[in-house]
Design a protein around this ligand. Sequence first.
Ligand code: AMP
Length: 260
Amino acid sequence: MIVFSWGFADFGSVESASLSGVNRSEGGLVLLLFGPPGSGKGTQSGKISQWLGIPAISTGDMLREEIKAGSALGNAAKAIMSGGGLVSDDLVNRMLAQRVSAPDCAHGFLLDGYPRTVEQAEYLDRVLNEQHLESPIVLHLDVPMDALVGRLTSRRQCPQCKRIYNLLHQPPKTPGICDDDGAPLITRKDDSEEVVGERIRTYDEVTRPVLAYYQDRKYHQIRGDRSPGYIFEAITGILEPVIAKNGSSCCSKAVRPDNP
Ligand code: AMP
């Protein structure tokens, strides 16, 4: 995980965040996983990233790393995140531009939790344009609002590998311990019942309108109230024809997993 520990004065422009030395390839795939908090974006982003061999970039994870590192950005974000609000577009946009200009994003990447405002969506278009990357494919995980609070408050996460569990539907084999690396699982501070309500309200009021921005573009709505395996099958069903048609350079070795 890259931690951006520069001060605010170090933020560059979109232009300066683009690394001119990186060879951006035609046909790279840019995916946006869109959906309310608790819709399963984190679970699916791990599966897609593994399948296609492209990095999954979660702005929420990046901000949490900044907080852990005690950076200026982390300090600015901390109180906002623990209250369930949105970190300012300016801070998140610059962090994002810096990240996607890294060499591992040259053949495409997946965004989880960005853009969350119309201004971020417009900014992303400018970044992609500058980096000669395709316009994004939006995968919208649609979950009924009344299912979200229970999903979020029963969520646990491995702080090391970031794998997400749900105590109701996908518990770890040993209670409280990550199946993959044995680390003790944590509950995210903003998954408490008080903060969850505010996060859902913020999604409804500020983030949901972003869908209108993408409605006439490469937009796919997927039922998010199904099992993770079912949702992943739906996603591979959408993306496989795109990959086959574009010959996307990121995905030449993509093999559909037997056991999603
Ligand atoms: P997430 O892990 O995606 O649920 O994000 C956790 C928190 O990080 C959110 O509730 C926001 O406070 C902040 N955050 C993450 N991504 C963004 C973004 N794109 N814009 C603004 N704030 C963000």
